[in-house]
Ligand binder design. Structure first.
Ligand SMILES: O=C(O)[C@@H](O)[C@H](O)[C@H](O)[C@@H](O)C(=O)O
Ligand SMILES: [Mg+2]
Ligand SMILES: [Mg+2]
Length: 394
């Protein structure tokens, strides 16, 4: 089987909050008549530059044309040579590699007439416990709106949430005590995510305040600037709560292992550049005796299905994971979205080959946007994933 062509389609899909995220849907065609689909998820993160899709397609074709999709290691090596790791969380090269690697997995599994999880090594489970995100409070008046989100999602079966914190600790605390008063033990908040906004000493003081409201806290995420391994290590000594951090390069993962800087690796294919790379990061974590959690950029259904296949094939996910994109977006580009039930992400039926997800061409056309260019967005909108333009005073 040889790769003969590639299609890249940019789509803009709004979230329930009104915030629009741009993704790229990938199709890889072969001389066997088989095609694979993938997703380069959520380009709507800082830094403010955009990828030119015509250029990208030309470059990727120069890497992929004529290759056998089963040569995953060779192709991934070529991709990494051309879209190298940069030690930056939201590096767009990783999103690009991920979309291609997703589609290659879909293609190879379809060719073999098996599901992607069987291609990845089989299943250890059928579903993954996940949590719904509560985006960062900037103002006290946002607390009641977020309580409404908890109320609604609890009715839909989500009993675990994670909370982005660190901009208004008063509001963070008010939210936590409201959750406790209204929902008691029916709701858990599994992590506080500082998103690298604070230095470790400020984060340490914030952790002291926020952990007074422990509602089932499993981890504290990104409580130091990116790549501040020493800061993470210092924090780890100061708190009994496990510290988690995203993995965005193998060098960074190596430094975190060497420094014993964290307890839990947050692994998502999009940030490390594909299923192949994510598997490697998960195995590295296992060798280093660290836990893992499946992270997210909030993918659409294709990206989420890829993660569900991966997650169900790994033996060392021992924390509530994060992928809930299809629950956040108002639409999708597939015939049937991935399934969430009782707070679990279910892997697509194992009897369906490939990713088990079918593109819907009319939805693809409906959400298509001409390119990945930026509309008017502010830094706080990008950091806090909100359509609200009201800025903080300080
Ligand atoms: O755990 C995280 O840090 C998040 O999922 C973070 O990456 C978010 O900004 C996410 O990517 C989103 O788009 O909401
Ligand atoms: Mg995070
Ligand atoms: Mg994202």
């Amino acid at each position: 089987m040889k790769i003969t062509d590639l299609e890249l389609h940019a789509v803009g899909v709004p979230r329930q909050t009104g915030f629009v995220n741009k993704h790229v849907i990938v199709k890889i065609h072969t001389d066997e008549g088989l095609s694979g689909i993938g997703e380069m998820s959520d380009f709507s993160h800082l830094p403010l530059y955009s990828v030119d899709l015509h250029d990208l397609k030309r470059g990727l074709l120069s890497i992929l044309l004529g290759e056998n999709p089963f040569d995953l290691m060779k192709i991934n090596q070529k991709l990494t040579d051309n879209f190298p790791e940069t030690m930056y969380y939201y590096e767009k090269g990783s999103f690009i590699r991920n979309g291609i690697d997703n589609a290659l997995h879909d293609l190879c599994a379809k060719y073999l007439d098996i599901s992607v999880s069987d291609f990845l090594g089989g299943r250890v489970k059928e579903k993954i416990k996940v949590c719904y995100p509560i985006f960062r409070h900037r103002f006290m008046e946002e607390v009641e709106d977020n309580i409404k989100v908890v109320r609604k999602k609890l009715e839909e079966g989500f009993d675990v949430f994670r909370l982005y914190v660190g901009k208004s600790l008063d509001a963070d605390e008010a939210f936590l005590s409201r959750v406790k008063d209204e929902f008691g033990s029916k709701v858990r908040i599994k992590s506080y995510d500082f998103s690298h906004l604070l230095n470790w000493k400020d984060a340490s003081r914030a952790i002291q305040r926020l952990t007074k409201h422990d509602l089932g806290l499993e981890m504290i995420e990104s409580p130091a600037p990116r790549n501040d391994f020493e800061g993470l290590y210092q924090l780890r000594l100061k708190t009994d709560y496990p510290i988690s951090e995203h993995v965005w390069s193998f060098k960074q993962q190596q430094e975190m292992i060497k420094k014993d800087a964290i307890d839990i690796f947050n692994i998502s294919p999009v940030f490390i550049g594909g299923l192949t790379a994510a598997k490697k990061a998960a195995y590295a974590a296992e060798v280093a005796s660290k836990d893992i959690v499946l992270g997210t950029t909030q993918e659409l259904s294709i990206g989420t299905a890829a993660m569900a296949h991966l997650g169900c094939s790994l033996t060392n996910i021992n924390h509530t994971s994060d992928p809930t994109g299809p629950e956040l977006y108002v639409g999708d580009v597939v015939k049937h979205r991935v399934t969430y039930k009782d707070g679990y992400l279910h892997a697509p039926d194992r009897n369906i080959k490939g990713l088990g997800i079918e593109l819907d061409e009319s939805l693809l056309a409906e959400y298509r946007v001409p390119d990945l260019s930026w509309e008017n967005v502010t830094v706080h909108q990008l950091q806090d994933r909100t359509a609200d333009t009201k800025a903080q005073k300080s």
